[in-house]
Design a protein. Structure first.
Lengths: 807, 177, 274
C-alpha cells in the first residue's frame, strides 16, 4: 500500500531527525575519530593591529606530542587568499585575506601560528610556549573615525573605505527623486540608529576534520555550505575540485555564522596535505567569539519625508557598515541585502540608499540571521513610530495609511522588487485581536496618569522580508559570484522506497522531515518510506546550501519538480504496462489507473518495472530517478505584524516583556510545528539584539565579550512565552506557495521591542536608547542623559579572575 | 591518576591526567559523544550530566573528581530501546532544532523534575537557566518539560536512572582496563 | 579551552589538607566545588602546580545547630544550603541569596565556603554573610582561628585567608523569626549582580526592632549599609520609614548608587512583609 490518506503538507509531523538527537547518537564533527588523527590548535593574536616582528616556535616544537608548529610564513606560498564572493562594486577595495597572518595582524583573534600535536591537550600546552613579537600599530575601531583615513587598517589600500553602493529610485526608474521629495515635504524627520555588533553564537562550536587518505581529501566541517566550501577550497588551494569531498554531518546551528569559508578549514586542509594524516580542529567558545564572523554593526542615518496627514513621500538611507578587518565570503553584500527592504511594506514614491563599507581592526562581519534585512526593518519600523510621534498619530494608523493594500498585489516597490502576495491588513487585524491592543493602551494611560514607577509600552513591527535567495539573474546583477538555484534528486528504489537528495544543507531546520512530507504527498508514498540525504558532496553533488530562508522556497521547489519528472516518466511506463493511451492514465494516492476502468498499477509496480527493464516503451531508459534544478524568478516576501508590550521599571531601568504576539504570513505551511519553532527561535534572537547582546571592543580593539559569561545570550528565564499565529497568502512564485520562515522572527522582533520600550518612556522625555537596552542605558536615558555607546552595557565580566581561589 | 567511575551503569577503571575534564573523559576515552562541549565557562550547560543523581556541568569538573561516583549521561537514559519520558516529550513537543544543547537540556530537565514534579512555566524557566539554546526560543522546551512531568507521575528523576544489576553485568566496558 | 597540568591531591582530613597546602607552597590551590576555579584554570588565567581537593572532607559538609548559632561546613553545597531546615529557620537570608546563585548545576557543585573564599564582589553570598555577622573558622599550620566577616573580605577576590590557610566552617548567629529578602538586579539570569541587596529585619509589634542590610557589588567587597540599619531601628515597619531609610544606602548619583537605594527599599519591603 502506498496511499496516504490525508495530505502531508500542512501536517504537524514530528521530526525524523529527533531520534538521534535526543539519545546522544548524533554525529557532530567533533565526534569523529580517525586512526592516526592529529589535533590542530591555533594561536591567535591578542592585539588588534600590529606588525609581526618575529615568531619563536622553538620551545613549542620541542614539547612532547608536538608534531609540527607552523606560522603564516610557512603557509605564505600555498594559502592564497580566503575568498570573497561578492565584490559589490567594480572598484571595491579588497585586501588579501590570508588564512594565517604572515607579517601583519589586523584584528585581535586572527590566527598567527598553529600547533599540530597528538592530542588537543598537548596542542594547547604548546600554544602557550610560542612567543610572538608584535610591533603594535594604531587601531582603527570607530566607523566615522575610520572614514577620515588618518590611521589605516590596510595601508596598501590607501583608505579604510571599502566601497560605496548606491540605489536611487530616480536613476533606476522605480520612483522619483528623494531630494526633491525632502525639499518639498511638509514634514522631514531624520534619525541615526546604531546596529550594534552581534555574535551569531551557534551552540555547537565549529569543528573541522580532514582525512587526506585514499587519493582524496575528505573534509567534515560544521558548516552550512558544504558545496560552496568545496568549490572555494578548490579555487583557493588549487587542489582539483573532484579530489575534495566535503561532508557537513549533523551541524549544531548556524544562523549565518557557519555560512563561511573559514581560515581554519583551509589550514586543516593544508596541514593534512602536508602531514599525510588526518587532522582535527575544534574551537573553544572564546575562539569562536573572537574569530568566527560577527554580524550587524552599522550606523544608519535615515530621513523620511511626509505630508502632515501622515502620507510618506520619501526615504533616504545613508549607511556606514563595518566590514571588520577582512572581506569574508559575502561580507560586503550583507548591508546591500537591506537596500531592498528599507522601504518595507510602505508606498514610498522616492528612495535613495547609499551604503559605505568601512574597514576596521575588528573581527570580520558577515551573515547573521536576517543579514541586512533586520537592520533595514529596524530602521524603517523605528522611523514609522518616530513619524507617528512627530505627527501625533497612532503608530498603527500611520502604517496602515502607507502600506500596500491587499488588492494592490503584485506590487512593484520603489526599490524595484515585485511583491507577489500579501495581506498586511489581515495579519494586523489578527495580531491586534490576540494582543488586546485597546485594553493595553488603556492600561498604559492609567499607569501614566498615576505615575506608576513601572510604565507600560506598546511596540509595533509590521515587517516584510525578502527570502528565497535568490534568482540567479538578480544575483548576477548584484555582482554576486554564484547563482541562487537549488537542486534535488529523487532515486526510486526497486522496493518502492525513495531516496531524496537535496543540495540544501540543514543545521537544525528539519529538512529530513519536511522534504519527506513534500515527496510523500507528491508521489503518494508513505512519509516513512522517504529518506533524505544531504550535506555530502559525494551524494549530493550539486547544491547552493542553506541560508537566507531559501531551502524550502528554492530547494523544496526543486524537489517538487524532480517528483513531477518521476511521475511524468512513470505515467508513460504505466500507460505502457496498462496498454492504454497516456492521456487516459490518472494518478492519485500513489497509484496509476486507466480512466473509467479498474485497472491499476501502483507507483511501486511501475518503479519495479522500470528497474528490471524487461519491457519498457521504445527508447525509455531503465530506472525511475530524476533530477531537477530550480532557479526562482523572484524572491518571496513573508510578512507579518508583531506586537510587543513591555514593562519598564523606571527606577532601575529594567525591561520586562509582558506579552508578545507574532502573526506571520509565510505562505503555505508544510509543517506548522517546525514553522512555529522557527518563529520562536527567531524571536529570541531578535529580542536578544534589542535587550541583551552586544559584542564590545575596548579602546585597544580587544573583544571584551568573548565568553558566554560576558556576551549575554538569553536563557529560558530571560524570555517570555510568545503567542504566535498565522495568516496565509500563498506565494505565487513557487508551486508550493511557500515563502520561508527562518529569519522572520529575528527581523520583526527587534524594532517591536525597542518601539515598545520607547513608547513606555517617551512621555518622560526619552527620545531614543541605543541597543541593547540594558537597565543602565534605560535608566540613564530616563535621567536625561545620552544613553549611547559610551556607556557599555554591563555584562557578567569581572568574575573570572586570576585571583580565583577556593570555590 | 587511577580512577574508577560508573558511567551509565558500567564501571570503568582508567588512568587519567588530573587535568582531564570529565566531559573529555566521557567523550574521548569512553566514546560517550552524546555529551558535548559548548563553552569554556560553564554557561551553556550543553555538557550537563548527572553525578550521583544530580545535574552537573561536566566541563566544569575533572574526571578525577568523579572517582568513585556514578555518572549518567544522555546515552544512559533509554532503557531497552524505550526512551525516557523527557526524551519522548522533547520529541513530541518539537523542543529541539539543531539538537546540540538537547542532551544537556534533557539532563537538566530530568534533574528539575526530580525536585519539582509539577513545575509551572516560571519554575521550568528558572530551572533551565543554566542551559542555553540558540534555536528554539525555549518555548517548546518549557512545554516539553511540563508535558514530561505529566508523563512521569509518579516518581521521576534520578530514580529512573538507577540501573538494575542485570543491566550492569550484561554490558561490557568499552574502555579502561 | 584546556587547563595547564597540575598535580591533584585528595586529603581525607582537614589536618592533612593543611599539611599538604604547607608542603605544596604558594603555587598550590584549594579546590572546593570548583565552579569559579575551573573556568579560571581552563582559560589559563591561573596555573597552580597542584590542586588540593576538599571534596573528600565529609567533615566539612552540613549544618549544625550550636545553640545561639549555626555552624555551616565550608563544603556544604549551595544546593544543600537551599534545602537545609536549620538555615531556613534561623538564617533565611542565606537561603534566599543562595537561591539566586548561578544555576542549578553550579549549585549542585559549588560550595558555601568556596563562594566566600573566591570573594568576587559580585558574588551573592558575601553581603548576606557580612550582614549576618558570620564568623569564618579557619584552619592553618598554627591551628584554628576565627575571623569575622567584617574583616574577612579584604579586596577584590582577596580575603584574610593566608596562603597556607583553609576556611573550614562558618558560624552564623541565629536570626530566628526575622524576615529576609535578597533583591538582585542582573542583565540575564546567569549574569552576576549589577547590584543586589541582602536585608533581614526583625519586626516586633509593628516596629522594626533590628535590621541588617548588606550590599553586593558596590565596591571591592560586600558593604554593610549601617546607616540604613540605624535609621530603621525603632521605626514603624511602614513604607515611609523604609523609603526614608533606603535613601541612606548610597549618597552618590551614579547608576549603582541609585540601584543601591532602590533595591534596598525593595529588599526591606519584602523582608518586612515576609
Amino acid at each position: 500500500m502506498t496511499a496516504t490518506a490525508e495530505p502531508e503538507v500542512g501536517k504537524a509531523r514530528l521530526r525524523k531527525e529527533d531520534a538521534r538527537l535526543i539519545t546522544g547518537q548524533t554525529k557532530w564533527t567533533d565526534n569523529i575519530q580517525l586512526t592516526g588523527m592529529l589535533h590542530m590548535a591555533v594561536l591567535r593574536s591578542p592585539v588588534a593591529h600590529a606588525r609581526i616582528r618575529g615568531i619563536d616556535c622553538s620551545r613549542a616544537t620541542a614539547m612532547p606530542g608536538v608534531a609540527l608548529v607552523l606560522t603564516g610564513e610557512d603557509f605564505a606560498a600555498e594559502q592564497g587568499s580566503l575568498p570573497c564572493a561578492w565584490p559589490i562594486t567594480e572598484d571595491m577595495k579588497s585586501p588579501p585575506a590570508p588564512a594565517m597572518a604572515v607579517d601583519q595582524v589586523n584584528f585581535a583573534g586572527e590566527a598567527v601560528a598553529l600547533v599540530i600535536a597528538d592530542n588537543a591537550y598537548r596542542a594547547a600546552d604548546a600554544l602557550a610556549a610560542i612567543d610572538v613579537d608584535y610591533d603594535e600599530l594604531p587601531v582603527v575601531l570607530d566607523l566615522e573615525e575610520a572614514l577620515k583615513d588618518q590611521d589605516l587598517v590596510h595601508p596598501d589600500l590607501g583608505t579604510n573605505k571599502c566601497a560605496t553602493w548606491v540605489f536611487d529610485s530616480a536613476e533606476a526608474g522605480s520612483g522619483t527623486d528623494v531630494e526633491e521629495a525632502i525639499a518639498s515635504a511638509e514634514v522631514v524627520i531624520e534619525r541615526t540608529f546604531r546596529q550594534q555588533r552581534l555574535i551569531p553564537s551557534f551552540i555547537e562550536p565549529r569543528s573541522v576534520v580532514v582525512d587526506p587518505s585514499a587519493d582524496m581529501f575528505t573534509m567534515w566541517s560544521a558548516t552550512q555550505i558544504p558545496h560552496i566550501l568545496r568549490w572555494m577550497l578548490a579555487a583557493t588551494t588549487g587542489i582539483a575540485e573532484h579530489k575534495i569531498r566535503v561532508i557537513a554531518p549533523d551541524v549544531g546551528g548556524g544562523f549565518g555564522g557557519k555560512l563561511q569559508v573559514t581560515p581554519e578549514e583551509l589550514l586543516c586542509l593544508l596541514v593534512a596535505r602536508r602531514m599525510g594524516r588526518p587532522v582535527k580542529w575544534t574551537e573553544s567558545r572564546t575562539e569562536s567569539m573572537l574569530s568566527a564572523h560577527h554580524g550587524r554593526d552599522q550606523i544608519q542615518k535615515v530621513t523620511v519625508s511626509a505630508r502632515r496627514d501622515g502620507t510618506v513621500t520619501g526615504l533616504k538611507v545613508e549607511l556606514l557598515a563595518d566590514m571588520g578587518a577582512y572581506l569574508r565570503l559575502v561580507t560586503p553584500g550583507i548591508p546591500i541585502l537591506g537596500a531592498f527592504m528599507f522601504n518595507a511594506i510602505y508606498k514610498f514614491p522616492a528612495y535613495r540608499f547609499v551604503c559605505t563599507n568601512v574597514f576596521t581592526n575588528k573581527t570580520p562581519t558577515d551573515a547573521y540571521r536576517g543579514a541586512g534585512r533586520p537592520e533595514a526593518t529596524f530602521a524603517i519600523e523605528r522611523m514609522m513610530d518616530e513619524l507617528a510621534v512627530e505627527l501625533g498619530m497612532d503608530p498603527m494608523k500611520i502604517r496602515e495609511m502607507n502600506w500596500i493594500k491587499h488588492d494592490e498585489f503584485p506590487f512593484t516597490t520603489v526599490a524595484g522588487m515585485t511583491y507577489d502576495s500579501g495581506n498586511y491588513e489581515a495579519a494586523t487585524a489578527r495580531a491586534m485581536e490576540l494582543f488586546g491592543y485597546e485594553e493595553l493602551r488603556e492600561e498604559q494611560e492609567r499607569r501614566r496618569s498615576s505615575g506608576d514607577p513601572v510604565q507600560l509600552g506598546i511596540g509595533i513591527s509590521t515587517y516584510t522580508e525578502m527570502c528565497g535567495l535568490a534568482p540567479s539573474r538578480v544575483l548576477g546583477a548584484l555582482r554576486y559570484g554564484a547563482g541562487g538555484w537549488e537542486t534535488a534528486s529523487i532515486r526510486m528504489l526497486p522496493t518502492g522506497k525513495v531516496e531524496v537528495i537535496t543540495g540544501t544543507s540543514p543545521h537544525g531546520q528539519g529538512h529530513e522531515t519536511v522534504w519527506s512530507q513534500i515527496v510523500a504527498d507528491r508521489l503518494g508514498v508513505p512519509f516513512e518510506d522517504v529518506e533524505v540525504l544531504h550535506g555530502d558532496t559525494a551524494s549530493a553533488h550539486r547544491g547552493m546550501d542553506s541560508y537566507g530562508s531559501r531551502s524550502l522556497t528554492v530547494g523544496g521547489t526543486a524537489l517538487v519538480h524532480a517528483a513531477d519528472k518521476v511521475l511524468a516518466k512513470a505515467r508513460k511506463l504505466a500507460a505502457h504496462m496498462m496498454e492504454c493511451d497516456e492521456a487516459d492514465v490518472e494518478f492519485a494516492s500513489g497509484s496509476f489507473s486507466v480512466r473509467g476502468t479498474s485497472t491499476v498499477r501502483t507507483l511501486s509496480d511501475v518503479v519495479l518495472a522500470a528497474h528490471v527493464a524487461h519491457d519498457l516503451p521504445e527508447g525509455m531508459e531503465p530506472g525511475m530517478d530524476a533530477d531537477a534544478t530550480f532557479d526562482p524568478d523572484n524572491f518571496s516576501f513573508p510578512h507579518g505584524t508583531h506586537l510587543c508590550a513591555t514593562e519598564v521599571d523606571t527606577e532601575t531601568g529594567r525591561v520586562r516583556i509582558r506579552s508578545y504576539v507574532a502573526v506571520d504570513d509565510v505562505g503555505t505551511v508544510v509543517n506548522p510545528l517546525i514553522v512555529d519553532g522557527q518563529v520562536h527561535g527567531g524571536l529570541a534572537q531578535g529580542i536578544a539584539q534589542a535587550l541583551y547582546e552586544e559584542a564590545i571592543h575596548d579602546e585597544t580593539g580587544t573583544l571584551t565579550t568573548a565568553t558566554f559569561a560576558d556576551y549575554l545570550v538569553p536563557s529560558a528565564d530571560d524570555l517570555p512565552s510568545f503567542l504566535t499565529a498565522r495568516t496565509a497568502t500563498p506565494a505565487t512564485s513557487n508551486p508550493l506557495g511557500v515563502k520561508g520562515v527562518g529569519e522572520a522572527g529575528t527581523i520583526a522582533s527587534t524594532p517591536a521591542v525597542v518601539n515598545s520600550v520607547l513608547d513606555a518612556v517617551r512621555h518622560l522625555g526619552v527620545r531614543d536608547i541605543e541597543m541593547p537596552l540594558s537597565p543602565e542605558r534605560v535608566w540613564t536615558a530616563l535621567q536625561g542623559g545620552a544613553a549611547d555607546a559610551s556607556t557599555p552595557a554591563a555584562g557578567g565580566l569581572g568574575s573570572i579572575d586570576s585571583q580565583g581561589g577556593q570555590s | 591518576m587511577h580512577i574508577s567511575v560508573n558511567v551509565d551503569g558500567v564501571t570503568y577503571a582508567d588512568e587519567v591526567e588530573p587535568r582531564l575534564l570529565l566531559v573529555h573523559y566521557l567523550r574521548e576515552r569512553l566514546g560517550k559523544t552524546g555529551t558535548v562541549v559548548g563553552c569554556d565557562t560553564g554557561n551553556c550547560g550543553a555538557c550537563t550530566v548527572h553525578l550521583d543523581g544530580h545535574s552537573v556541568k561536566s566541563c566544569q569538573m575533572f574526571a578525577v573528581q568523579a572517582n568513585g561516583h556514578e555518572v549518567t549521561t544522555i546515552e544512559g537514559l533509554a532503557r531497552d530501546g524505550k526512551l525516557h519520558p523527557v526524551q519522548e516529550a522533547f520529541r513530541s513537543n518539537h523542543a529541539l532544532q539543531c539538537g546540540f544543547c538537547t542532551p544537556g537540556m534533557i539532563m537538566q530537565a530530568i534533574d528539575l523534575l526530580a525536585d519539582e514534579p509539577d513545575p509551572d512555566d516560571e519554575t521550568v524557566r528558572k530551572g533551565l537557566e543554566g542551559n542555553l539554546c540558540r534555536c528554539t526560543g525555549y518555548q517548546n522546551i518549557v512545554r516539553a518539560v511540563q508535558d514530561a512531568a505529566h508523563r512521569m507521575r509518579p516518581g521521576a528523576g534520578p530514580k529512573l536512572e538507577q540501573h538494575s544489576d542485570e543491566h550492569i553485568t550484561a554490558k561490557q566496558p568499552v574502555g579502561g582496563e | 579551552m584546556i587547563p595547564a597540568e597540575f598535580r591533584y591531591l585528595c586529603p581525607s582530613t582537614v589536618d592533612e589538607a593543611v599539611r599538604m597546602l604547607a608542603e605544596e607552597g604558594e603555587d598550590a590551590k584549594i579546590i572546593a566545588g570548583g565552579q569559579s576555579l575551573v573556568p579560571v584554570l581552563r582559560m589559563r588565567l591561573a596555573a597552580p602546580t597542584a590542586l588540593i581537593d576538599l571534596g573528600g572532607l565529609t567533615e566539612l559538609t552540613g549544618v549544625r545547630d550550636e545553640g545561639d548559632s549555626l555552624l555551616i561546613g565550608a563544603m556544604t553545597t549551595h544546593y544543600e544550603v537551599q534545602r537545609d531546615h536549620l538555615i531556613h529557620d534561623h538564617a533565611l537570608l542565606l537561603k534566599l541569596a543562595t537561591d539566586t546563585v548561578a544555576d542549578p548545576q553550579v549549585r549542585h557543585r559549588g560550595t558555601f565556603g568556596g563562594s566566600l573564599c573566591h570573594a568576587d564582589p559580585a558574588g551573592d553570598l558575601l553581603a548576606p554573610a557580612l550582614a549576618l555577622d558570620a564568623v569564618m573558622i579557619i584552619a592553618g599550620p598554627g591551628g584554628r582561628r576565627e575571623v569575622p566577616a567584617s574583616e574577612f573580605f579584604v579586596d577584590y577576590f582577596e580575603t584574610a585567608l593566608a596562603p597556607d590557610e583553609i576556611l573550614i566552617d562558618v558560624r552564623v548567629p541565629k536570626f530566628t523569626g526575622w524576615g529576609a529578602h535578597y533583591e538582585k538586579l542582573n542583565r540575564v539570569a546567569q549574569a552576576w549582580s549589577i547590584v543586589a541587596v541582602a536585608a533581614a529585619v526583625q519586626v516586633r509589634d509593628g516596629s522594626i526592632a533590628a535590621a541588617r542590610v548588606g550590599l553586593t557589588n558596590v565596591g571591592a567587597g560586600p558593604v554593610r549599609a549601617v546607616d540604613v540599619e540605624s535609621a530603621l531601628v525603632g521605626q514603624p515597619a511602614t513604607a515611609e520609614a523604609i523609603s526614608e531609610a533606603a535613601l541612606r544606602a548610597s549618597t552618590g548619583d551614579g547608576y549603582k548608587d541609585n540601584l543601591a537605594r532602590v533595591l534596598t527599599g525593595r529588599a526591606l519591603t519584602a523582608a518586612v512583609a515576609g
